[in-house]
Write a protein that binds this ligand. Structure first.
Ligand SMILES: NC(=O)c1ccc[n+]([C@@H]2O[C@H](COP(=O)([O-])OP(=O)(O)OC[C@H]3O[C@@H](n4cnc5c(N)ncnc54)[C@H](OP(=O)(O)O)[C@@H]3O)[C@@H](O)[C@H]2O)c1
Length: 306
C-alpha cells in the first residue's frame, strides 16, 4: 500500500461555513496547521475540541480575488475549497464563485505547486440541469480538473449535523405548524451525509495518494425518502403532524415569489434539487473507498438540541 502523504499546513477556503468549520476542526485535531481563508477573518473561532496546540490562522481571502488566494496559500502544502453560495447577490454570482472562483484557486495551487487539493462539490452536479446552481457546480468541477487533474472532488448529498440548516429548519416548521407541506409526494430519495464524516473524508482525501484525481460521492448510511426524514424529525420531537403533498408547480411559484424578498426562505435551486433523488450512484467511489463507515441520520438525531 502506498505511503500516506505527510501534510503540515492546509489552507481551507470557506472555513466559516457549516462544512468548512468541521473540516478546520478535523484537520487541527490531526495536528495539521490550518490557514483559514475567509472574507471576514475576525469571524473565525478556534474549534472547541481542536486541542491546545492547534495552530489555526485566519487570513483574508476571496475566491474572486486571485491575489488574496496566493497570499493565503503561501507556505501551505495542501488546500481545500469548501466555498459555496446558495443565493446570488449582485457581483456574487454562482458563475463568479463556483466557476471562476474555483478555477482561480486551482490556478494558484498549480502555480505554487500545491499538489494536494480537495474541491467540495455536490451529488447531482450536472451541466444540463435546469438549475443554474447545479450547472455552476458541474462547470466548477470541469474547470478545476482542467487546471489540476489530480484534484480530489468530494460530492456530498445533503449534509446534516446538530448545527445544520436542513434538519433544524424542518424541526422549526414541525414545531410550529399543524400541517407540514411536502415537496411533491415526498418520495424522492436522499442519502444525508453527516458533516463530521465529510470532514474526515476530506482529511483522508488529502493524505491518501490513491485518492488523487478521483471523485467520491458521499452519502450517509441510510437512504431515506423526504417523507421519512420528516417522520423521523416528528418522532424525535414527539409531534404528530399532517404531511401535505404540494405539487412542484406550487413550490416553483413560491420560490419565484420569495426571490423578491430580501432573505429568500426558499430558492428555485432548492426546489429543483428536490425534484429528483440525491443518492450515491451505483458505480461511484464513496466513503467506504476512503476507509470510512458513514453514520446515518438516525444515529445523530438524538444529539440535536431542538
Ligand atoms: N450544506 C449542504 O447540505 C451541502 C450539500 C452538498 C454540498 N455542499 C457543498 O459544501 C460546500 C460548503 O457548504 P456549506 O453548507 O458549508 O456552505 P455555507 O455554510 O454557506 O458556507 C459557505 C462558505 O463559503 C464562503 N464564501 C462564500 N463566498 C465566498 C467568496 N467569494 N470567497 C471566499 N469564501 C466565500 C463563506 O464565507 P463568508 O463567511 O465570507 O460568507 C462560507 O465560509 C459548498 O460547496 C456546498 O455546495 C453542501
Amino acid at each position: 500500500m502506498p505511503e500516506k502523504h505527510q501534510i503540515s499546513c492546509v489552507a481551507v477556503f470557506g472555513g466559516t461555513g457549516f462544512l468548512g468549520m468541521e473540516i478546520v476542526a478535523r484537520l487541527a485535531s490531526e495536528g495539521i496547521d490550518v490557514r483559514v481563508g475567509v472574507r471576514q477573518p475576525e469571524k473565525v473561532r478556534p474549534p472547541p475540541d481542536a486541542g491546545e496546540h492547534a495552530k489555526i490562522e485566519p487570513v483574508y481571502a476571496d475566491v474572486r480575488d486571485e491575489s488574496s488566494l496566493a497570499l493565503a496559500l503561501d507556505g501551505c502544502d495542501a488546500a481545500v475549497n469548501a466555498v459555496g453560495l446558495y443565493v446570488e447577490q449582485s457581483a456574487e454570482t454562482f458563475e463568479a464563485v463556483h466557476e471562476r472562483g474555483a478555477a482561480n484557486l486551482a490556478r494558484q495551487c498549480a502555480a505554487l505547486k500545491i499538489g494536494r487539493v480537495v474541491h467540495i462539490s455536490g451529488i447531482g452536479a450536472d451541466l444540463n440541469s435546469a438549475s443554474p446552481y447545479v450547472r455552476s457546480r458541474a462547470r466548477g468541477e470541469t474547470l478545476v480538473r482542467d487546471v489540476m487533474p489530480e484534484t480530489v472532488i468530494l460530492s456530498p448529498s445533503v449534509l446534516f449535523g446538530p448545527q445544520d440548516k436542513f434538519i433544524n429548519t424542518l424541526a422549526q416548521i414541525i414545531s410550529r405548524a399543524p400541517v407540514v407541506p411536502m415537496f411533491g409526494d415526498g418520495l424522492m430519495r436522499l442519502q444525508p451525509a453527516y458533516v463530521g464524516d465529510v470532514a474526515l473524508a476530506t482529511h483522508k482525501a488529502l493524505t491518501d495518494p490513491q485518492a488523487a484525481g478521483q471523485t467520491y460521492e458521499l452519502g450517509g448510511a441510510s437512504v431515506l425518502t423526504y417523507r421519512r426524514i420528516l417522520e423521523l424529525v416528528m418522532e424525535r420531537l414527539h409531534k404528530n403532524r399532517v404531511l401535505l403533498p404540494l405539487p412542484f408547480a406550487v413550490w416553483d411559484a413560491l420560490a419565484a415569489a420569495s426571490a423578491l424578498l430580501p432573505a429568500s426562505p426558499i430558492t428555485r435551486d432548492q426546489v429543483a434539487l428536490m425534484k429528483g433523488d440525491n443518492v450515491v450512484a451505483d458505480n461511484a467511489l464513496s466513503f467506504a473507498d476512503l476507509g470510512i463507515e458513514p453514520r446515518a441520520l438516525e444515529d445523530i438525531l438524538p444529539d440535536y438540541s431542538f
